[in-house]
Design a protein around this ligand. Structure first.
Ligand code: KG4
Ligand code: ZN
Length: 365
């Protein structure tokens, strides 16, 4: 092995407290040495969503132990890392403050450079850690707080091709579950219920389908689900299954249209790539099997490689933050100064206009 870089990553932007040690060889190969994640799901489940104040306190309580644990698992001390990377946005400001301040303090004490990482950049670059894919590629981020189609040109070079104009897709799953009385988080519950349902019973809307812009909209779908449930109330388990299956079908059709257009646009912008182009998914909604099948079929149709990193790296984690820090180091970006402040809003593509409702929850990415 030639020379390599080793970094400590810290993630606290939403409801996962996480620390990781990741290395990168000169040839670009990355390796996760330690990856520790503590989910706050239980703290928030009673409220049906993430409570910012509870999240921030839970990060404070857990973060130092998690960092020690990551270092211990890697069998190294803080002085043996080359740098520290901490998420500094977008996300819940209380949590971001905890992680970034901790990162600053450790960087100061150990005399190491600090990289303040955009959480979305972490998601965007994960596929290079897991699958070593080359630039450019297309990324679909579908989580509780974001729904975006992003062209990844290179480290630090992102173009947002599409974004939700209202609810994030995970949020649509969560709200649908809530109004049907299913548990939080809603995605897995809706997917499970849908397995026994008739997807053709309800013809739910597929917002923006057919439009050339690549944006998404899911709030109308949620409203249609509410109306359907009210019309047939009281709903039986069979009704719930049918609603969930019909909802998921509408989502799959919507993604098929929107992402299909994105793949076609990618092909026309990059007609002569040496390798097969790639579509990468990230975010918790990427766990959904029906949506995965839809995306896989799209990739087959358009000649793309479908890259879905293992689920624990699709959802929030610190390995992706560490890796984004390493990619920035390797690409020659300067470290950040210790007066850097966290940003609750921080679009990856600074040139993209804010869409109505974009990031309004500002919580999860
Ligand atoms: O990426 P993630 O773990 O957290 C952030 O949002 O940062 O994503 C959580 C979201 C939730 O909205 C959850 O309902 C959704 O991902 N989700 C799913 C599934 N598993 C999780 N949505 C659809 N189908 C699933 N199987
Ligand atoms: Zn995220």
């Amino acid at each position: 092995m030639g020379s390599f870089l080793r970094i400590l990553g810290i993630e606290t932007s939403c409801d996962e407290t996480a620390a990781a040690i990741v290395t990168r060889e000169e040839n670009g190969r990355g390796e996760i040495i330690a990856d520790v994640v503590l989910s706050q799901l239980e703290e928030h489940s009673a409220y049906g969503g993430v409570v910012p104040e509870i999240a921030a306190r839970a990060h404070v309580e857990a973060l130092d132990t998690l960092i020690e644990e990551a270092l211990a698992r890697a069998g190294i001390g803080l002085r043996e890392v080359d740098a520290i990377a901490a998420t500094s946005g977008p996300g819940l400001i209380g949590g971001l403050l905890v992680g970034l301040m901790t990162g600053k303090a450790l960087a100061r004490v150990a005399g190491k450079p600090l990289y303040a990482v955009n959480h979305l950049e972490g998601h965007a670059l994960t596929a290079r850690l897991t699958d070593g894919i080359a630039f450019p590629y297309l990324m679909l981020l579908v989580s509780g707080g974001h729904t975006q189609l992003i062209l990844v040109r290179g480290v630090g070079h992102y173009e947002r091709w599409g974004s939700t104009i209202d609810d994030a897709l995970g949020e649509a799953f969560d709200k649908t579950a809530k109004l049907l009385g299913l548990p939080y988080p809603g995605g897995p519950a809706v997917e499970k219920a849908a397995l026994n349902g008739n997807a053709r019973r309800f013809d739910f809307p597929r917002p923006l389908v057919g439009e050339t812009r690549l944006d998404f909209s899911f709030s109308g779908l949620k409203t249609a689900v509410r109306q359907a449930a009210q019309e047939i109330a009281p709903v039986s388990d069979g009704d719930i299954a049918d609603i969930c299956a019909s909802f998921q079908r509408a989502v799959a059709r919507t993604l098929d249209d929107r992402v299909g257009r994105g793949l076609a646009r990618f092909k026309s912008e990059f007609p002569n790539l040496a390798d097969m182009p790639a579509l990468v998914v990230a975010g918790g909604v990427a766990a959904n099997q029906e949506l995965r099948r839809t995306l896989q079929a799209l990739c087959d149709k358009y000649g793309f490689r479908f890259v879905a990193p293992p689920l624990q790296l699709c959802t929030d984690n610190a390995a992706m933050i560490a890796w984004a820090g390493l990619e920035r180091m390797a690409a020659g970006f300067d470290p950040d100064t210790l007066d850097i402040q966290p940003r609750s809003r921080w679009p990856l593509d600074a040139t993209a206009e804010a869409l109505i409702g974009y990031g309004k929850r500002g919580a999860k990415a």
